[in-house]
Design a protein around this ligand. Sequence first.
Ligand code: HEM
Length: 194
Amino acid sequence: MLKLWCLPLVLCGSWCAVSAVPMQLSHFMTLSFGAARGFARWGLNSTHVEIELTFPTTGWMAFGLSPDGGMDDSDVLFGYVDDTSREAVIQDRYLEQDPATYRVNFQLDDQQDWKLVYGMQNNTHTIMRAARKLQTCDKQDHPFTRDGQNVIFALHPRDPAGKTGPIIKHSARGNSIIDFGEALPAINAAKFHC
Ligand code: HEM
């Protein structure tokens, strides 16, 4: 049976305007992790995106906007359902990879922009639904824009050791290009950070 952890929709500020009425997730895309498959569904309005990810894991999952399909300079939505407490955790993170040493830095953003709508897991899959402004003006984020965007995604079968503990490298990952939709406003990529 799916366990559901839900954020009461009254506990928020400007985001309430979007999520008091859940957005219709009218877009869909399959995400390939080699043999395994994940799914992304999303909806948009003029200011916000709401996305639901279904990944074949009971550990951590991540989905990021990437400049070129690689890890460096990626803006990542990271989440998991804690196997003990059943709490759904989502975090706004920023991924860097040093081009010389390939060392990875996967840090929490100073400004947390993703808001959890709900998260749940069964014995094989985790579902996370979250909402965010299309353009957050955070230097550690990228905006959702009208043109096809590089996305990366990854998972691991184990939860991280706590909300700020180390994260074990993915066991499966992939990248793709998603056209999030014509409905998006034209955001000037040169003004990513407002
Ligand atoms: C603990 C954090 C992470 C570490 C240590 C890590 C490490 C690595 C390493 C060593 C590679 C090289 C190829 C391989 O071994 O598979 C790689 C590739 C890759 N990783 Fe990560 N990774 C991390 C987090 C993430 C996250 C969160 C995502 C997605 C949101 C991601 C997506 C990818 C992708 C798409 C590639 C292939 C990149 C390419 O083809 O250029 N990684 N990662």
